[in-house]
Design a protein around this ligand. Structure first.
Ligand code: ADP
Ligand code: ZN
Length: 725
């Protein structure tokens, strides 16, 4: 029996979601019963909701401890777009701001307070918290990124250690600790360090079903492949590189290929980094090329792909980094480019370590990464196995499951390869051996008289890449060795000799050429995509007006639903997953108008299929546009029309712009001063038909989005008339 049958209702009302994600309901029920909680969920699992919903349902203030300023701001912004009263206190605020926020807390209006650990436990703050407890009540402590408390985690922060003080001072306030780190060691540490009392422990599966995992061989063509992935995807992506230099090079190349890419690494100033990050979060840049310095605390839910162009250090990091894709549960892609050269680089750096124990661990971790990259089993099975989770395989959403590599018998080839190593007296590396096999006659070969060996030229039937693949596989399978002195000289071992004596056969997995897109674009899907694009543009504009990231307005998944369902009324709109009561009120009308306009355009296009295409723009304003036009022609101002129709002024401006584009009688001169019209027109001539934000950036604060939108409509109409598009 459900203890709290109404929870779904509150979920829909406050957050707009229809169902709880796995685990959420149980956790929330426990929280409502004031139990201490240890929540372990993968990135994107939906941890925040586990303390946010109880915060709204319980009396008093919920204090959320968060390690990063960016994280706090993000969550508070997202909460506010759902009309939930939340605020944060951190070092980015001046003392006046701090005081006024503290006062707001004292009035009892604030439900969630985000705060950095060092502030929370400061002598100045704790007395304040005592007063809050007396006057308002304390609902919960939520410790986000709780692994920061543990030295065994990957992100230890000493300030977190002092949080144990909270349990001593407020023994009756329950604590919810949350993390995405799954190892037992860290889990035990968190419970111990925070002094959790008989916590209810929730360990969610680490399987991220929506992520497609693939590994590709790294080669000269890799850049072209990266570009293809970037171009195939509409949304945002992160590309990780090992060094700053590589980051800058790749960013430069992508920019040259007209991709809106930015860099992020420790070599940039704080300001540049923060600026680039904001641009990425707000969808002003689409691709972030970064070292692993980037990512922690990035809450962007609509990252569609994460590419590792270099090998990650260990599987845990790979899981976390690639896991930044698809937090919104939409299909997303994780691609790892693998090369043996990278393995060499990492091996070299491991060998620089002085502590033998550390060396051993690092080597083992590297081995696991190689096994993942070279493995022919389901990638999920390998990853989840690493976290101690059993997964049966056949996930259908990784390269190995979708394109099983046929295993071929390469015993003869292996014999040729190994004999060549033997004939060359185990003194050369892979490149040289392959040269000899393929009958190369370079100076070194001639000098060594290796063109006279019986194995010279016996491998002309295979390409260099094929031989290389065999060579790696032999190394991986332990049928061949390689020195660790930086020269990578190939050495034989007893197993090699077994192969050469035909006592052992050799099979290798041969990859096929693969190309796939995550969704196939048949008619309906492509059509939906057109509408999604329009809704995306509207979302971006609204976000810019409020200076928030687009995803806090609506998630991609909600835009997709809008395009698929194409609701006709506000009620229908409100039923979509992701539309809560407040967002319905705030944005319902605007999105509905956009959807209706699209549907009508489609009808018109069908009707006028045989006529010239721009006639569609000359007629047929939508119903809501017609109402606006009528009022406008009666002489009402934009503000008055908005009031009468009970919508935002920006909606009216949007109507008027569309009407201008559709060649209706709207006098632009009454709406935008002539000087401004001229300037905006000039910029449009230079920049072309692009979104409002870059145009505004060009023009500066004196120009409003509304003005630009209106002039752009006129400009579009003229251009269309002139047949320029
Ligand atoms: P985590 O902190 O575990 O990485 P978040 O709390 O940021 O994950 O949640 C990931 C995304 O999933 C967020 O954008 C959130 O709004 C969304 N989400 C959370 N719970 C639900 C739900 N029940 N239904 C749909 N989306 C949800
Ligand atoms: Zn699989």
């Amino acid at each position: 029996m459900l203890q709290y049958p109404e929870l779904e209702k509150y979920l829909k009302y406050h957050f707009g979601y229809d169902h709880f994600r796995p685990g959420q309901r149980q956790i929330i029920e426990d929280a409502l019963q004031n139990r201490d909680l240890m929540v372990i969920m993968p990135t994107g699992g939906g941890k925040s909701l586990c303390f946010q919903l109880p915060a709204l349902l319980k009396p008093g203030l919920t204090v959320v401890v968060s390690p990063l300023i960016a994280l706090m701001q993000d969550q508070v912004e997202a909460l506010r777009t759902n009309n939930i009263s939340a605020t944060f206190l951190n070092s980015s605020l001046n003392s006046y701001q701090v005081r006024s926020r503290e006062e707001a807390i004292m009035t009892g209006k604030v439900k969630l307070l985000y705060v950095a650990p060092e502030r929370l436990i400061s002598d100045r703050f704790l007395p304040l918290l005592d007063v809050v407890k007396e006057k308002i009540g304390l609902a919960n402590f939520a410790i986000d990124e709780a692994h920061c408390v543990s030295e065994w985690g990957h992100d230890f922060r000493p300030e977190y250690r002092q949080l144990r003080l909270l349990k001593k001072r407020y023994p009756h306030v329950s604590t919810i600790a949350l993390t995405a780190t799954a190892t037992d060691r860290v889990k035990a540490d968190i419970i111990e360090q925070l002094g959790l009392q008989q916590p209810s422990i929730h360990l969610a599966s680490f399987n991220r079903q929506n992520l497609y995992y693939e590994v590709r061989p790294k080669s000269k063509r890799s850049y072209a492949e990266i570009l293809e992935i970037v171009r195939e995807n509409e949304g945002s992506g992160i590309i990780y590189c090992l060094t700053r230099k590589k980051v800058d090079e790749l960013t430069f190349k992508l920019q040259k290929d007209k991709v809106a890419a930015l860099s992020y690494h420790a070599g940039l100033s704080d300001k540049e980094r923060a600026g680039n990050q904001t641009k990425f979060i707000r969808d002003d840049a689409r691709v972030m090329v970064a070292t692993i310095a980037f990512g922690m605390g990035i809450n962007k839910p609509d990252v569609r792909f994460v590419i590792h162009s270099d090998l990650p250090r260990n599987l845990e990091s790979y899981y976390q980094e690639s896991g930044r894709a698809g937090r919104d549960s939409e299909p997303s892609r994780c691609t790892l480019f693998f090369s043996f050269g990278d393995v060499k680089t990492i091996e070299w750096s491991i060998n620089q370590k002085t502590d033998p124990q550390e060396q051993l661990i690092a080597k083992q971790q590297l081995r696991q990464v190689i096994d993942y990259a070279e493995g022919t089993d389901c990638r999920r099975t390998i990853q989840l196995g690493y976290f101690g989770e059993r997964f049966p395989g056949n996930c259908g959403n990784c390269d190995n499951c979708r394109y099983p590599k046929p295993v071929q018998d390469w015993t003869i080839e292996a014999m040729k390869f190994l004999s060549c190593v033997a004939r060359c007296k185990e003194r050369y590396g892979m490149t040289y051996i392959i040269d000899v096999l393929r009958g190369g006659k370079n100076q070194k070969i001639l000098l060594n008289k290796h063109d006279q060996l019986s194995t010279h030229g016996i491998g002309k039937d295979k390409t260099v890449d094929e031989w290389r693949m065999l060579g790696r596989s032999l190394l991986h399978q332990g049928l061949l060795e390689q020195t660790n002195d930086g020269y990578s000289v190939l050495k034989l071992n007893p197993l090699s000799w077994e192969v050469m004596r035909k006592q052992r056969s050799v099979s290798i997995a041969v990859p096929m050429v693969q190309k796939l897109s995550l969704e196939d674009g048949h008619g309906k899907a492509a059509e939906v995509e057109v509408l999604v694009q329009k809704l995306r543009a509207l979302r971006k504009q609204l976000a810019d007006e409020q200076a928030v990231p687009p995803y806090v307005i609506f998630h991609d998944s909600t835009l997709k639903l809008m395009a698929q369902v194409q609701p006709k009324t506000l009620d229908e709109f409100g039923e979509l997953s992701g539309v809560g009561s407040y967002k319905l009120e705030q944005y319902g009308d605007q999105f509905l108008t956009e959807i209706q306009a699209y549907c009508q355009e489609k009808v018109v296009q069908l009707q006028t299929n045989n006529q010239s295409s721009d006639s569609a723009f000359d007629h047929y304003p939508s119903d809501t546009e017609s109402s606006t036009l009528e009022l406008y022609q009666q002489g009402f101002s934009i503000r008055e029309i908005a009031e009468q129709r009970n919508v935002r002024t920006s909606t009216i401006v949007r109507h008027l712009s569309d009407l201008i584009e559709k060649n209706k009688q709207v006098d632009l001169n009454q709406l935008v001063p002539l000087e401004h019209q001229k300037k905006i027109w000039q910029v449009l001539e230079v920049l072309g038909d692009i979104s409002l934000t870059p145009i505004r950036e060009h023009l500066g604060q004196d120009y409003t989005f509304d003005e630009i939108r209106l002039v752009r409509a006129r400009w579009r109409k003229e251009k269309r008339k002139a047949g320029q598009f």
